[in-house]
Every structure is written in structure tokens, then in C-alpha cells.
Design a protein around this ligand. Structure first.
Ligand code: ADP
Ligand code: MG
Length: 320
């Protein structure tokens, strides 16, 4: 869906982005991960031509983006700006309706779609007449997302979308984000400096440094097959938590015991979820969760201890 070849952006002596290449398959979530100043935002903005590259090529949906009018291109790419980027003097309704306005949608169409998104993003319609400053950080973030989703573009670019939120709001919105049906089919490129967020939300991660991609792969590839010490050090903190996020229930499926009978009211997760997520449910009073394989529809009922045991068993299969 997205193909980037030898892309660079130079500012004077600074190589903000230095000869990077990558591809994003349709429906994938690629995370550009790295410390401040490594070139993430510049990369993202070149994808929708908010910044023109010094060198290199970009194709989206098979089309060379430099051959397209920037305005038309941007209508087909949703964009969530760093620090939500809402216009302070526009109401929430007007902020969300910016692109529909450019596309000359009629009032009713814009209104219907806005209401649909508000509902999906758990925002009250009372907010429509308010200004961004009257909203909480979490609400502003959701409005920014609504604005990016309104035209249902197949590609979504997000720059540190959860960056300004407190930890609890952040975790909650990340969870909702993973479940949002609007996002399931989209090809997403998301920027973050937060390793845990990257492991939570990305199925592929590109770790960047000084304008270059140091390594790109699945969370498990980066953790268990780091190409150099830079990657190893980058992923050093809270290693256990990262491993639990990198390993999916699918990876440990055969180490989990089969269920004989499943209580009706059990919480259900599918095997695409990571172990960390499953463990979050097994706190407090919840003793078991149900896990279902989407491939075979087989169901298993597991406890925290059984998950931990499966994780250790998986670890033993990894090369030393
Ligand atoms: N308009 C600009 N003019 C000069 N230097 C820039 C400009 N934009 C970005 N840079 C530099 O390019 C590098 C990458 O910036 P950026 O892509 O914003 O990083 P990130 O999003 O990873 O924090 C930084 O060193 C930054 O100072
Ligand atoms: Mg940035």
C-alpha cells in the first residue's frame, strides 16, 4: 500500500531523513519509533507531501505521490497531527468538518458521518459547539481522530497521537484504538517515542536514529533478533513487559491447556492479542479468560499462572 524508496530530507547540513526505504502492506500498522529529532515527523509529512523530499520516491496505492496534486492526495490520507493540531478558534463540529468542507459534502452527509464517529469514539454531541480549549486532553485527541477518519480514507498517518495524555487516559484510548472497527482495515503509519506504545499498537516497527532506520520488523523480531547494540539498548528497559507484549496468544496457543467446559459469561479474547493484554484482564476478581482461535474457533480457558507458564515455555524455544 505504501512504498518508500531512498527517501531523504536535508535542511542545510542536517539530514533530517537520510536515505530510508520501507514498505507497508495493506491493513498493517507500522510504527516509526525513535527519540526526539530522529526524523519521524519529517518522514510522516513527506508521505502526504506536507514536506517535499530532497530525494527519493513514494508510492501510495501504486501511485507516485509526486505526480498527484497535494490537495487531492491529502483527501485520501487521514492525518492526526502531533499535539492534536485542532484549530483553537473553530468549534469541534467545524474542526471535524474541515475536509468535508473542501470536498463540498452537503450538510446532512457531514452531520451524519460526524455523529457516527462521535458515537464510536465515545464523545457526546454536546461537545460539537465547544472549542478545543474547553475539552479535556483525551477528548481533544478523540476529536483529532474523528477529523482524520471522517472521509474514511484507506491510509491514516498519526504523529504521536497519544503523546500529550496522562498515563491512565493514554492506556484507555490505546485500548479503544485497537478495537475501533474503522481502523481495522486501514493502513496506518504512526509515530511515537514510546517503546511500550509501539509494542502495544504496531504489528511492524521501524526503529529510527539520526534520520535512518536502524532496524525494522515485528516486535518479536526486534526483541529476539536485534541486529546491533543500538537496538538491544533501545529495548532494554522493562524487558519483561515488552516480551509479554511482543508474544501473542497465538504464539503460545499450543502450550495452553484445552478447555472442557467454558462458563458462559467469560471474557473473550482472540489469539491476535498479546499476552500482556490478556494478563491485564486477569487482575482482581477475574480468575479465567476465554481465548478463541479465529482460525479453528477452538476455545481455551486460562488463568494468569497458565499464561505465565506458557510464556516461559515459549522463551525456552528461543535461540540463546
Ligand atoms: N524545518 C526545519 N528546518 C531545519 N531543521 C529541521 C526542520 N524540521 C526538522 N528539522 C530537523 O530535522 C531533524 C528531524 O526532525 P523531526 O522529523 O521533527 O524529528 P522527530 O519527529 O523524530 O522528533 C531534527 O534534527 C530537526 O531539528
Ligand atoms: Mg515529531
Amino acid at each position: 500500500m505504501i512504498r518508500v524508496q531512498n527517501l531523504s530530507k536535508q535542511y542545510g547540513q542536517t539530514m533530517a531523513v537520510d536515505n530510508i526505504s520501507f514498505e507497508v502492506a495493506e491493513g498493517d500498522n507500522l510504527i516509526l519509533l525513535g527519540t526526539s529529532g530522529c526524523g519521524k515527523t519529517t518522514t510522516l509529512k513527506m508521505l502526504n507531501r506536507l514536506i517535499e523530499p530532497t530525494a527519493g520516491k513514494i508510492w501510495i496505492g501504486g501511485e507516485d505521490v509526486t505526480a498527484q496534486q497535494p490537495e487531492l492526495l491529502r483527501q485520501n490520507i487521514g492525518y492526526v497531527l502531533q499535539n492534536n493540531g485542532l484549530f483553537p478558534h473553530y468549534t469541534v463540529a467545524d474542526n471535524i468538518a474541515i475536509v468535508p468542507g473542501l470536498l463540498k459534502w452537503d450538510k446532512e452527509k457531514t452531520q451524519n458521518r460526524t455523529h457516527e464517529l462521535l458515537q464510536k469514539l465515545h464523545l457526546s454531541t454536546d461537545l460539537l459547539s465547544k472549542y478545543p480549549a474547553q475539552l479535556s486532553g483525551g477528548q481533544q485527541q478523540r476529536v483529532g481522530l474523528a477529523r482524520a477518519l471522517i472521509t474514511n480514507a484507506p491510509v491514516l498517518l498519526m504523529d504521536e497521537p497519544f503523546g500529550a495524555l496522562d498515563n491512565i487516559t493514554r492506556t484507555k484510548i490505546q485500548e479503544e484504538f485497537k478495537e475501533l472497527d474503522e481502523l481495522q482495515r486501514k493502513t496506518i503509519v504512526m509515530v511515537t517515542h514510546d517503546v511500550h506504545e509501539a509494542f502495544e499498537l504496531g504489528n511492524r516497527i521501524a526503529i529510527m536514529d539520526k534520520g535512518q532506520i536502524v532496524q525494522m520488523g515485528t516486535p518479536a523480531q526486534l526483541l529476539f533478533k536485534p541486529e546491533n547494540d543500538f537496538i538491544r539498548n533501545f529495548l532494554k528497559t522493562q524487558r519483561l513487559q515488552l516480551e509479554l507484549k511482543a508474544i501473542t496468544l497465538h504464539d503460545v496457543w499450543y502450550s495452553l491447556p484445552s478447555a472442557n467446559n467454558v462458563p458462559v459469561a467469560s471474557l473473550e479474547l482472540d489469539t491476535n492479542e498479546n499476552i500482556w493484554r490478556a494478563m491485564q484482564y486477569l487482575k482482581g476478581d477475574v480468575k479465567h479468560i476465554m481465548i478463541k482461535s479465529p482460525q479453528t474457533n477452538e476455545v481455551k480457558l486460562v488463568t494468569f499462572e497458565q499464561l505465565m507458564a506458557a510464556y516461559h515455555q515459549y522463551q525456552n524455544t528461543l535461540p540463546a
